[in-house]
Every structure is written in C-alpha cells, then in structure tokens.
Ligand binder design. Structure first.
Ligand SMILES: Cc1ncc(COP(=O)(O)O)c(C=O)c1O
Length: 437
C-alpha cells in the first residue's frame, strides 16, 4: 500500500473546500474497494455518491488497474497532435457504439470542464464553417454547472461559481431553471414546467435566431441538486433548436454511462442532442478524462471547410487521448458491458428512489428529487446558507457515509454495482444522522 508521511496539510490549496475548516479536522480517504472507502483512521465508509459521480463500477477494479499498468509499461505518453496511439481510436469506437444516432465523432480532453469548453468551440467553428460565423451567442440555464474553465463558468448558473470571476464570455443567455414549488417531492420527471423551454424561444425572438450558436443543458441538472427535466421540456428545447438552426448540447458529465438506466440520458429521455459532453464514469474515475461526442454532420462540416491537408480545428490538449486514460476507458467500457451495469441501474432505480424518498417525513427535509440512480434532498437552511449542509457532510462522514453536498442540498448517486443492502445502509445512516441535526 502507498505510504505517505503527512506532516502538514498547509501546502495543498484544496478545490471547492473550506481550507481552514478542513485542515483543522481533515477527512482523508486512503483506500477504496467495491462500495467502500477507508479513511486515515482505518474507519470504513460506504460510498453514497460513487466518489464524485465517477466510480460507477465501484472502487479498485482489477481489470482497470491492470490495463493502465500494462499501458504505462508499453507506452507512457505519446502526443495526439499529428501522431496517434491505437487506444484512443479503440476507445472512440466503443463510445460511439453507445451514443445515440450519429453522435459518432469523439474529441478527447481530460475533464468535464474541458469537454464543455471544447463543445463551445466546436459549436462556434461549425457555424463559421457554414458561413454563419455571426452565431456567437450561447444559451444555458440558471443553476447549471458546466465545470470551472472560463467557458463553463460563463455558462454556469450557480452564483458562487461565477460572482468573483469577472464578466465571462459575452453573449451568454440564461434560461430559467426548472425547479418549481408545485413539483416538490416528485419522483422521476415532474409534470409541470415544460413551458420553461419557451425561454429559448424568447431569446430567439429578442436576439434573432441567427445570432445563437448553441443551447447547453444538463439533461438532469446534477450538481445543483438533481433537477429532473419536466415532461416535454427537453423535447421542446429540441424542437426550438431544430426550427432555428441552434445546436443542442447535453452535458452528461454526471448522467452519462448508466446513471439514468441507459448509456446516456439522451436515450432515457428520448431526445437526441447534437453533442454530448462526458467525463467522470468514462474511466470509472480512475484516470482524468473527458470527451465530446459530436454528430457526424458537424464533424464533416468543419473538416470539409478546411483546405486539404490543413488542421481543421485549432484546439486540443497535450493530454487529449492520453494512453493511460484510454486504457482505463476501454477496460471500463468492458466492465459496463460484461456486468450489464446500465441495465442494473435501471432495475435498481425503483429500490433506490423509494429508499431516498422515504426520508420525506423528516421535518428539515424540504424537497426530494430523483431519477435513475441519481437523487437529491434539500435541507431547510440553518444560519448561513450551506452551514447545515456542511454539518451534515461531516456527521455523515463520521458515521461512515460519503456523500456530496452542494450548499444545503445532499446528492446521492451510489456506484451501479450497489446491492439493495447497500442502498439500505446508505439511507439508514442518512436517516439516523438527519435525526441528530
Ligand atoms: C454537468 C457537469 N459538467 C461539467 C463538470 C465538470 O467536470 P470536471 O470537474 O471533470 O471538470 C461537472 C462536474 O461535476 C458536471 O457535473
């Protein structure tokens, strides 16, 4: 086992963490296997959120470890600018076999944030290649999370993630979010709210359809607290985009790879976008990797517009399609297929959602939402927003459960290998600790 001598925590500036608070009482994860983590005190925690929506096949998968090790021994690194490596082509084919329709051209990066910024650039490049370079506005949504690079920050709709970072990209328009009071405690897709998609139509009318390049949405808005799309909402966005030549991009960084019971939420909801961004469970969290699946027509348009033998898209990362990440991705896809984990998620979903929704009798739980193997509940704030949420996270950790909090909203998305007894354990720890708050 890896051993580290940790004498100080001060040098690592931790992301999305209260550094002073954390360092006064750290929570270190030192081992993971199956449904469990172990902390530095040797205590076991059940993983209620697949790490951070990443480890769908559970922790410590031997097949992935072996594949990455073998790859690193053979070829540790090779650039993908004008040279290639077989693993990236293989992984791209496997992803294309899972994506809907003709979303068969796969561009690799290293994170969800890079996938989003790549999708922004591809949408601008596509319109320019079609002679509509004036289409530069981007539409997204309040409460959206599209990562933390500057493009994704501009699209994002969570106030704290934007407020100190300047004006962002010009020309970004935010539709309203889809949380509605009347939909509280709805399991699955809420009935009310399809009309919120008309916000996109209003932007078309105010700004002109031919100024809008693309509309970005998470099919289920994840980080903000699993806002499930109202019935008819995504369909209406698709319709408006089709009518006005606007590209529709689904950010499936959380939803992708079985979380909704199918490979992608696009398939679960029966709406096909023009691009899908993905990351996290793409490598089961074992290697950093993100990707964008792009419709063939978009790829063809951009590629055909460039002179013969010229670079067609001036974009890419040093680690785009890193061999170790590709090896991890291929091994992960094999596990998903061999173990039927997407189908397993669909089967387990009613058990999971019933168990989470049973928490609704707890007075401080003010709403619960969920779809597939993704759910969230809101807590009534106590004092400063987020304080009660942090307290819950700490107490759950101490009680042996790892979850994700966004402010006062708790997210649950267990690995898809979970057994019913694991779901029971996650929900019974949650109930007990909520009773102590
Ligand atoms: C929908 C969505 N998009 C993008 C991202 C950013 O991914 P990353 O943290 O890998 O950059 C996330 C991360 O949670 C996400 O949930």
């Amino acid at each position: 086992m890896a051993q580290y001598t940790v004498n100080t925590l001060e040098h690592h500036w931790m992301p999305f963490t209260g550094n002073r608070d954390f360092k006064s009482d750290p929570r270190l994860l030192v081992r993971g296997q199956g449904m469990y983590y172990w902390n530095h005190k040797g205590e076991r925690l059940i993983d209620g959120v697949a790490g951070l929506f990443c480890c769908a096949a559970g922790h410590g998968r031997r097949e992935i470890i072996d594949a990455v090790t073998k790859q690193l021994e053979e070829l540790d690194y090779g650039p993908h600018f004008q040279t290639g490596h077989p693993a990236s082509f293989e992984l791209a084919s496997r992803i294309a076999a899972l994506t809907p329709d003709s979303l068969n051209r796969i561009f690799f990066g290293n994170s969800g944030s890079e996938a989003i910024d790549t999708a922004i650039k591809i949408s601008l490049a596509y319109h320019r290649a079609r002679g509509e370079g004036q289409r530069q506005r981007l539409v997204s949504r309040e409460r959206a999370y599209h990562g933390v690079n500057l493009g994704g920050t501009a699209l994002g709709g969570l106030v704290k993630n934007r407020e100190v970072f300047g004006l962002g990209l010009p020309g970004v328009l935010h539709m309203r979010h889809t949380w509605l009071e009347e939909n509280k405690f709805t399991m699955g897709q809420p009935a009310a709210g399809a009309e919120l998609a008309e916000d996109l139509q209003r932007f078309v009318e105010v700004y002109g359809h031919d100024t809008i390049a693309a509309c970005f949405v998470e099919p289920i808005a994840g980080s903000t607290g699993a806002l499930v799309p109202p019935v008819g909402y995504l369909e209406r966005l698709r319709e408006i985009c089709d009518q006005h030549g606007i590209l529709l991009v689904f950010d499936e960084v959380i939803c992708g790879f079985g979380r909704t019971g199918k490979a992608f939420a696009a398939q679960s909801f029966g709406v096909t976008p023009d691009m899908i961004t993905m990351a996290k469970a793409l490598t089961n969290g074992s290697q950093p990797m993100g990707a964008v699946a792009v419709k063939e027509e978009i790829y063809d348009t951009i590629v055909d517009a460039a002179p013969e033998n010229a670079v067609e898209l001036f974009h890419g990362y040093t680690y785009s399609g890193h061999p170790a990440a590709c090896a991890a991705g291929i091994a992960t896809m094999e596990i998903y297929e061999r173990e039927g984990l997407f189908e397993r998620a669909a089967k387990l979903s009613p058990v999971f959602l019933d168990a989470v929704f049973a928490l609704q009798d707890i007075p401080i739980v003010t709403d619960i939402r969920g779809y597939g193997m993704l759910a969230a509940f809101d807590l009534a704030p106590a004092g400063m927003p987020g304080l009660r949420g942090l307290e819950l996270l700490k107490r759950l950790f101490a009680a042996g459960l790892h979850i994700k909090m966004t402010g006062d909203t708790c997210l649950l998305s267990p690995p898809l290998i979970a057994e019913e007894t694991d779901i029971e354990e996650i929900c019974s720890i949650t109930r007990r600790v909520l009773g102590e708050l």
